[in-house]
Design a protein around this ligand. Structure first.
Ligand code: FAD
Length: 294
């Protein structure tokens, strides 16, 4: 059995962790493993591998997680979604992960395949919400289970209050911790933490950050969060849009500043969306390590 994220978060000091996605080609596969090997010496608390909306990358998520557990010193977390799976499928995946010594899972509902904005349709023999998957994983065995949190609210939540209620429901179902969707303004995270505290919940919520290294990533972040990129920050990037090097430097600086503020505010951990590249994450990490924050 590998260490659990619960153990990492119980230790003194903030956790820091990296997220990867399963590649779709041999070239992408090489990039992924290069990034993993380059980030391994930083000794992250854990690394996580996302679960695709469908197709062959789903099996590959499980393979990569198993390989990280067997071939590296890293603690892997396998993402798992309810999309297109019956309860029997989910139980069988849980069994395979447990057999491979992967005991950390991030339990997600997932988005409708093809069009993330389409209406969510539950598998006829499957689960409706992430909280149900949390319960299933906890009932299955000794899994440490994480869930998703949304500082700006999930795009489908009717209000921030209902979003908070559903996050609390995931903790009540047995989640050990949450990782946030990417966000760019510290106050968005801090307000979410206040809402949770007002609901009597003090479970650890790790902050998910993505360093912007080119302007295309701003558009991509809007697709992934369903929220507009913060206008003030967008204007600062727009002012240097003619110079890709300055855009990149600004992205590293802004992410370092955001992480620094969050650490001052006592976040339990920082999770980097690496997009299977190591350089930007290593630069932000070095800025924080230099400030002796991690
Ligand atoms: P849920 O918690 O089930 O919430 C979905 C929506 O339903 C929310 O609006 C919620 O408020 C509402 N809701 C929940 N319970 C109820 C209820 N009982 N009654 C009424 N409404 C309810 N997607 C992938 O496909 N693969 C991944 O690997 C992946 N990794 C992710 C990692 C992180 C850190 C994050 C933040 C997101 C990730 N996602 C991933 C995206 C995620 O699957 C989508 O955002 C999805 O739409 C919501 O998933 P969830 O687990 O938050 O769902």
């Amino acid at each position: 059995m590998t260490r659990t994220v619960r153990d990492c978060l119980a230790e003194a000091g903030p956790s820091f962790s990296f997220e990867f996605f399963p590649p779709k080609s041999a070239d992408e596969d090489r990039l992924l493993w290069r990034a993993i090997r380059e980030l391994e010496p930083l000794r992250p608390s854990f690394v996580s591998v996302t679960y695709g909306a469908g197709g062959s990358t789903r099996a590959y998520t499980i393979e990569i997680t198993e390989k990280i557990a067997s071939d590296t010193t890293l603690t892997p977390v396998a993402h798992l979604t309810a999309v297109g799976h019956s309860v029997a499928d989910l139980r069988s995946i849980a069994g395979r992960l447990a057999d491979a010594g992967v005991n950390n899972v991030l339990a997600l509902r997932g988005d409708p395949p093809g069009d993330p904005e389409a209406e969510w349709v539950q598998h006829p023999e499957g689960l409706a919400y992430a909280a149900d998957l949390v319960s299933l994983m906890r009932a299955h065995g000794d899994f440490c289970v994480g869930v998703a949190a949304f500082p700006n609210g999930h795009p489908r939540s009717p209000s921030l209050d209902s979003d908070t209620e559903q996050l609390v429901a995931k903790f009540r179902a047995g989640a050990d911790y949450a990782i946030t969707n990417m966000f760019f303004v510290a106050d968005d995270y801090l307000r979410m933490r206040d809402r949770l505290a007002a609901s009597g919940c003090d479970a650890p919520v790790v902050a998910g950050l993505m360093p912007i290294t080119n302007l295309g990533m701003i558009r991509r972040s809007e697709q992934l969060t369903g929220a507009p990129f913060p206008a003030k920050l967008g204007a600062r990037f727009a002012a240097v849009a003619h110079d890709p090097k300055s855009v990149r430097a600004m992205g590293i600086y802004e992410t370092s500043k955001l992480a620094e503020r969050l650490l001052e505010e006592g976040v339990p951990g920082i999770h980097f969306y690496t997009l299977n590249r190591s350089k930007a994450t290593r630069e932000v990490w070095a800025n924080l390590a230099l400030g002796a924050r991690l």
